[in-house]
Design a protein around this ligand. Structure first.
Ligand SMILES: Cc1ncc(C[n+]2csc(CCOP(=O)(O)OP(=O)(O)O)c2C)c(N)n1
Ligand SMILES: [Mg+2]
Length: 516
């Protein structure tokens, strides 16, 4: 077998099923191996940021890595922002990069680049393959690392891919780590037992159903508040599921929220910090007068750690739905008249189906949507912990491929959508059940908000031009149709409601340009 075939066989044995790729000459042996060794379905992305973003969405929903296959340093470079997002989301990704043949690297041919240095910034594990007979172990080690919630990068020179191996052994992968530091659980129980005003800040897998059920028990016993990371990678929400409050983005709001607590217990979340270094605000959101507890556990073990904490506190074994959050669905009325960002949030909340996956990259348009989530039918919300925009469209692709039975709705800001707009072509090519709702405010509105926060009342013409997307206005209907996704524009609540219902009923992808 060739090195490429060994790599794929090892990945297939580990349970991998998909690869998102934009290949070139240095990946040709792997490209051909997809047919020689069937088991992994390759998906073509027309920009590497779409491949890495799709791998992020897939990994978040499938709980196992997708493979990526990228072309040398420049291909990796194009994919790096969404690998950064995957790293921050703790998404498992098996990130494979083709490299020049070992003997050709010193020639410094045009695409030659320092791949190792570039990959290091996003990879929790990294190695360069040196021989086909080692490639099964390399692949198994990479996938084992990915399963710990890392971007695991394997750089494979093309001669290592095409050479025959004298050794055909396929190595197994180590399953994800599970551990709970029980002392940290005991200390958290002591802090929660003091009766001080306390918040749990949940992150990672604490925000899955089981974690939230245990958190509801703790809340029922101690009266603590449940907060979650500012932009969770994956949060289960809806009726019967304990509701969490997000830590706000702007520093005055997040400081106000957290100042209420004498004690904060971090469960799978790092200590919260401000998103940027804004003048006049600290980096830390907690202060020295607050007691800070931390539960130390592997990501997979966080729900178990929370259950241990609930048991240690003597919390009731089960909390009924009403105490945990909303017992019954409470949808807003569909508003009428001219569409605004706020009304679009209400229409989405009124119509999103049970079990939907909501990929949120709505930036400034989505504010009114989030408080409604706990009263909606159970659904999964994916957000952007890494802050590098351009993740939403490809993340929706990966989520839809991981969960073909579930409707995916991408609540998507227009400026961010343009970074990875090629993902629409993937949606069309694969017939994915994704409804993209474009928040067409024709601006980088967040930056306008930053002007006013900085009390810049009259930004100059250059500054204004850098936040304005209206000249020319992007015609989302034409753009989407051109990439194969049927699209309509909606400027009223009535049209949006009608078109959203239709899009959700018909199979395949749809896009609605919501004109504000
Ligand atoms: C990769 C990357 N580039 C640039 C930014 C800075 N940035 C943050 S939000 C934003 C514009 C967002 O505009 P849009 O997506 O239209 O959302 P809106 O603010 O209009 O709601 C920019 C440029 C970023 N976060 N990440
Ligand atoms: Mg915008």
């Amino acid at each position: 077998m060739t090195g490429a075939e060994i790599l794929l066989k090892t990945a297939i044995k580990a349970g991998l099923e998909v690869c998102f790729t934009n290949p070139g000459t240095t990946e040709m042996p792997l490209v051909c191996a997809f047919d020689a060794i069937p088991g992994i379905r390759p998906y073509l992305g027309l920009f590497e940021g779409c491949c890495t973003g799709a791998a992020d969405g897939y990994g978040r929903m499938a709980d196992k890595p997708a493979m990526t296959l990228l072309h040398l340093g420049p291909g990796l470079g194009n994919g790096i922002a969404n690998l950064h997002n995957a790293r921050r989301a703790r998404t498992p990704v098996f990130n494979v990069i083709g490299e020049h043949a070992t003997w050709h690297r010193s020639a410094d041919a045009p695409l030659n680049m320092d791949i190792v240095t570039l990959a290091e910034t996003v990879s929790g594990w990294q190695r360069t393959g040196t021989a086909p007979e080692n490639l099964s172990q390399d692949t198994a080690d990479a996938i084992s690392a990915a399963l710990q919630g890392k971007v695991a990068t394997l750089i494979v020179p093309s001669d290592v891919q095409w050479s025959d191996s004298p050794e055909d052994r396929i190595h197994p992968v180590k399953g994800p780590e599970e551990f709970i530091d029980s002392d940290s659980v005991d200390r958290a129980a002591e802090l929660l037992g003091t009766g001080q005003k306390t918040a749990l800040i949940l992150g990672g897998r604490a925000m899955r159903r089981e974690g939230l059920a245990a958190a509801a028990r703790i809340k029922a016993k101690t009266g603590c508040d449940l907060l979650s990371e500012r932009a969770p990678a994956r949060l289960e929400r809806g009726t019967g599921i304990a509701a969490t409050e997000f830590i706000p983005y702007f520093p005055n709001q997040s400081l106000d929220l957290l100042a209420k607590y004498q004690t904060v217990v971090l469960v799978g979340a790092g200590e919260p910090v401000t998103f940027f270094g804004w003048p006049g605000y600290p980096s830390r959101l907690l202060n020295d007068n607050q007691n800070i507890g931390r539960i130390t556990a592997a990501d997979r073990s966080l729900p178990g750690a929370l259950e241990g904490l609930a048991d240690a506190l003597g919390a009731p074994g089960h909390v009924d739905a009403a105490a945990a959050g909303f017992a019954q669905v409470e949808r807003p009325q569909i508003p009428d008249g001219q569409l605004t960002a706020q009304k679009a949030c209400l229409v989405l909340a009124a119509l999103q189906p049970e079990d939907a996956i909501i990929v949120n990259e709505s930036i400034t348009s989505g504010a009114a949507y989030f408080p409604l989530g706990p009263g909606l039918p159970p659904h999964t919300l994916l957000m952007l912990p890494g802050g590098a925009i351009g993740y939403g469209m490809p993340c929706a692709v990966g989520a839809a491929i991981a969960c073909p039975q579930r409707p995916v709705i991408n609540f998507q800001a227009d400026g961010s959508a343009m970074y990875t707009v090629q993902a629409l072509w993937m949606q069309a090519r694969e017939g994915l059940n994704i409804t993209t709702l474009i928040c067409s405010n024709r601006s980088y509105n967040i930056l306008n908000i930053e002007f006013s926060r900085a009390e810049i009342t009259a930004p100059g013409p250059h500054a204004r031009s850098l936040t304005n997307l209206a000249n020319p206005a992007i015609d989302w209907v034409q753009l989407s149709n051109g990439l194969g996704v049927p699209a309509v524009a909606a400027d009223s609540c009535e049209v949006l409601a009608r078109e959203l219902k239709k899009a959700l009923q018909e199979p395949g992808p749809h896009l609605i340009e919501m004109v504000f």
